[in-house]
Design a binder for this molecule. Sequence first.
Ligand code: ATP
Ligand code: MG
Length: 314
Amino acid sequence: VSRLEGAARAAAGLARQILDYSRDAADTQGRADLRTCVEEVAALMRHSLDPRIEVRVDAGAGAAPVPLAPGRVQQILMNLCCNARDAMPAGGVLELGVRVHGSEATLRVRDTGMGMTEEVRRRIFQPFFTTKEPGHGTGLGLAVCREIVAAAGGAIRVESAPGQGTLFEIHLPLAAAEAAPAEPLPEAEAAGGHTILVVDDEPLIRMVAERFLERAGFRVVAAENGEQALDLLRREGQRIDLVLLDLTMPGMRGPQVVAALRAFLPDLPVVITSGYSEQSVTQATWAHEVQGFLAKPFDRKSLLAAIARALAGA
Ligand SMILES: Nc1ncnc2c1ncn2[C@@H]1O[C@H](COP(=O)(O)OP(=O)(O)OP(=O)(O)O)[C@@H](O)[C@H]1O
Ligand SMILES: [Mg+2]
């Protein structure tokens, strides 16, 4: 029973976080090059997907600017790609494409996976509709995608049949050639040009933290495991002002990473993020080595507060 409860809590927490994130960014004007975003996400996918999934990109040439913040385009792409991955448990082809025609750009994500029945296809954009195991899907991915696309004045359509794979096509208006630079947010001052290293094995958490922090005026670099984080800190530790570090990751765990980095960066502030209770973490033997604790799932406010506290104490 407790495992089920845990999974349900994790799912609910993630759902809250995504909705929070999506509301947070929905009013943000932005500008992204679809081609750059597609290349970036494709590179990420090539690194993280089962090698039996072949990632193909057909992004054409030249820019494809759309009126969305890059983080939102990444969010859309990540969800479509993760859905495609889930539909191809035995491997297949994931194809990403960008086309520009007239005053419109089209983003295509195609997979050769299991496809969907008509009945499923009709419901995929409903919030909380999922066919995945509890704890594996919140059913919010496509609902959020559609919301983002609609906010930018675009549309999303899908073609799929059982055993025939799936094609998602997103139509977006092209952004005006020269967009005014975004207004700096008042919080940017507090961020004071600080650079935060975000370390988490969960791409969604990394993305959420990155967006919250960037929007608040921080510079952000990310690592997906402890080894990568230490590598980065050894090379450019001097320009990192704080580490936001996940407690439980495959490979090196948070406390091991802290112990290792203390050898060469004794004063670098570290904030631990964890789904465990604050009490169980602060009672740990290594707790005095870190400058803060943040319970997952976190919202924008608690994240910025924990970072501000740790930076102030440093
Ligand atoms: N490429 C695809 N191939 C087959 N089925 C898909 C594909 N994309 C989405 N679906 C179906 O649509 C449902 C809803 O997708 P959606 O992204 O909204 O939620 P999810 O992936 O289940 O959960 P979440 O994205 O919140 O982790 C999925 O559970 C799946 O049944
Ligand atoms: Mg999904």
